[in-house]
Design a binder for this molecule. Structure first.
Ligand code: SF4
Length: 204
């Protein structure tokens, strides 16, 4: 005999399925999957930039047209962002575009954010100059992280997310006590990157 399922578990499952149904409605409102044949899904891509910085990420979906044009599609389960947060989402897509350009020699024609909750599509077309600037930004970011590691200087960045943070007891912003800085023993890998930046995957 199967174990009886607790009432709260049933309620949770119903809420989950209802939420998933709404997201699917959002998807079908903006795309007809019968008219699409994705070339790749959940594809891991990576490359080395500046000879020593490994960048990598998972692309939700890659469409390739008969002419060889690439369209990178990233599904977002959260609502469409306000302008201030749009940059963060595009940062992730430029990251993918840079890796594809460096590994396949083609700048993606379209970077598409698909917001399932709001049934909204945000398209962006990068150009090589912009991706070159973005590459320099990543290298500068990596160098800044290296300096911060050497100086053991990681400052708190308060925001409204602090309301959900469980680490206030160790956060100087809230008068907390810092934990001892961890000592890392590097593990050699092939190739040996100075650092490794991975694009955030499936941020809401
Ligand atoms: S409480 Fe401190 S560690 Fe947590 S999010 Fe805010 S600034 Fe960051």
């Amino acid at each position: 005999m199967p174990e009886p399922v607790a009432e709260d578990e049933v309620a949770q499952l119903k809420a989950f399925l209802a939420g998933a149904g709404q997201l699917l409605d959002g998807y079908f409102a903006v795309e007809d999957p019968q008219r699409l044949e994705p070339a790749e899904r959940e594809s891991l891509i990576s490359t080395l930039i500046n000879n020593d910085l490994l960048i990598r990420g998972y692309i939700d979906r890659l469409d390739v047209s008969p002419a060889g044009d690439l369209r990178v599609v990233d599904y977002k389960t959260g609502g469409a962002p306000r302008e201030a947060f749009e940059g963060r989402a595009l940062f992730q897509l430029k990251f993918y575009a840079l890796v594809l350009w460096r590994t396949r020699g083609v700048v993606p024609r379209v970077l598409r954010l698909l917001y399932l909750k709001d049934a909204e599509v945000l398209d962006f077309s990068p150009d090589p100059e912009e991706l070159e600037r973005f590459e320099r930004t990543l290298v500068a970011l990596s160098q800044a992280i290296e300096r911060a590691k050497q100086d053991k200087d990681f400052r708190p960045k308060p925001s409204r997310l602090c309301g959900w943070c469980n680490h206030k007891a160790h956060c100087p912003e809230f008068g907390g006590t810092l934990l001892p800085y961890p000592t890392l023993t590097p593990i050699p890998t092939q190739p040996t990157p100075a650092d490794d930046i991975t694009a955030a995957h499936n941020e809401p």
